[in-house]
Design a protein around this ligand. Structure first.
Ligand SMILES: Cc1ncc(COP(=O)(O)O)c(C=O)c1O
Length: 440
């Protein structure tokens, strides 16, 4: 099929003139996928399909709303509850009871936790947890591993040069505008490197918290998480697991349940509301109570759609055991990537939790190949690059169609790698970006 998707690109050109950076989430920038050709905007999304502004229908074999929709877009059971909440008034002078029910449910799923605060974005939940940790310890410094949002406290890690956060999911983050007084308050450490964390703890007796993703790209080494837990307990440091992305993808709740290592505070986001804005900080009573001694408060943290969607999402997840389905789907995707790459004689590296699978082709031409993959798959009506956030709507049939199209693309890349052909003969646009940078 010949794609006509000018409407989305034209709108994006306009957006870049009136919205600095073009979009409100870096990961949704068209330049990260296929500069000048990515459909960019949607008119409708259902299951794992998306319709663009020119009514082209695509199968989403990429971010699924950047990890929000593990139960598929516009999930019927969840939409029913959300629509009812809207009809009954999403906002009022009084509070919505749903937030108490959702707090109860999250505590029931995590028996080490006693209290919950809600927010609407992952960055907010992260900032709340940092405030609580600092308030409860009376200390300022934080050690981090992973991406934890856009706020000053986090970006300040890059005040000592823009490379401190380079290994933490999003390269190129510039701390311009972050007060220089925050320099040396946040210390990044690499995952699975205990010595690095031990040094930070030794050099900073005033460390308030260690914040990390339990797992993201790689599995923890044997004993790693247990040792992080031990170090924190021994030094009275608050251990915070950021499960904004990992949560509900391998267990019914935090992935830390699988590893049997329990934090003092933990955040959930993304999948919790299946596309509706709801994030949570859960934690131990003695630490969470400190939220009362500082000031943490926001108008729209009281609206009703978020908690309603959260409750409906958890109900649906529980009924179908969604974390098992998406993990199985992710495994199938990883297995087939390996098979297709081996057959095409290309060197592939696969990382990520099964339900958040990603690959890179080990070649100097990687970014060109990634652009080529996206361009070729788009022609076959797939939104697909090198990352798949699995959803329960990725049926066997959809996966087969995806692998069938990807096989041809991988085989062609095999030709490029053996110099039988060149990727430059095929790229119809600029090479995709690899991280954060100014657009114009
Ligand atoms: C682990 C983690 N924490 C926090 C965030 C920030 O969440 P949000 O984009 O909702 O502010 C993200 C987003 O990708 C994340 O992956």
């Amino acid at each position: 099929m010949k794609l006509k998707n000018n409407t989305g690109q034209n709108l994006y050109k306009k957006a870049k003139k009136i919205i600095p950076g073009g979009t409100h989430l870096l990961s949704k920038r068209p330049e990260l996928f296929l500069p000048n050709l990515w459909p960019s905007y949607y008119s409708k999304a259902k299951g794992c399909h998306i319709w663009d502004l020119d009514n082209n229908k695509f199968t989403d074999m990429s971010h699924m709303g950047v990890g929000t929709n593990s139960l598929g877009y516009s999930n019927k059971a969840i939409e029913k509850e959300v629509i009812s909440a809207v009809k009954n008034g999403n906002m009022s002078t009084l509070n919505c009871p749903d937030e108490v029910k959702l707090a109860e449910k999250l505590i029931e799923l995590h028996d080490w936790a006693d209290m919950v605060r809600f927010a609407r974005t992952g960055g907010e939940a992260n900032a709340i947890s940092i405030r609580i940790a600092r308030a409860s310890t009376g200390r300022d410094k934080i050690a981090i591993c992973g991406y934890h949002g856009w706020h000053d406290w986090y970006l300040s890690a890059n005040l000592n040069g823009n490379e401190s956060l380079e290994n933490h999911l999003i390269p190129g983050l510039n701390p311009l505008g972050v007060p220089k007084a925050l320099r040396n308050t946040v210390f990044p450490f690499n995952y699975n490197d205990l010595n690095e964390l031990k040094t930070i703890i030794k050099e900073n007796p005033d460390l308030a918290a260690v914040k990390m993703e339990v797992v993201r790209s790689y599995e923890p080494k044997v004993g790693y998480l247990e040792e992080v837990r031990r170090l924190c307990s021994e030094n009275n440091i608050v251990l915070i697991f950021d499960e904004c992305t990992s949560g509900f993808r391998e267990t019914f709740g935090g992935v830390h349940k699988k590893y049997n290592v329990f934090p003092d505070l933990c955040m959930f986001g993304k999948a919790l509301g299946n596309g509706h804005a709801i994030t949570a900080v859960i934690g131990k009573r003695e630490i969470m109570e400190c939220a009362q001694d500082t000031f943490i408060s926001s108008t729209f943290w009281t609206e009703r759609i978020g908690p309603t969607a959260g409750l409906a999402t958890l109900k649906e997840m529980d009924e179908i055991k969604s974390w098992e389905i998406i993990t199985e789907t992710g495994k199938t995707i990883k297995d087939n990537w390996i098979k297709l790459a081996t057959n095409a004689n290309i060197n592939i590296e696969i990382t990520g939790m099964d339900a958040l699978a990603s690959f890179v082709i080990k070649s100097e031409e990687w970014l060109k190949y990634k652009t080529f993959i996206t361009q070729s798959m788009l022609k076959k009506n797939f939104l697909a690059a090198n990352v798949v956030y699995s959803s329960t709507k990725h049926s066997k049939k959809i996966l087969e169609e995806y692998f069938e199209s990807l096989e041809k693309v991988f085989n062609k890349i095999g030709d490029f790698e053996r110099d039988i052909d060149s990727v430059d003969n095929y790229l119809k646009t600029d090479v995709c970006h690899s991280g954060f940078k100014r657009l114009n």
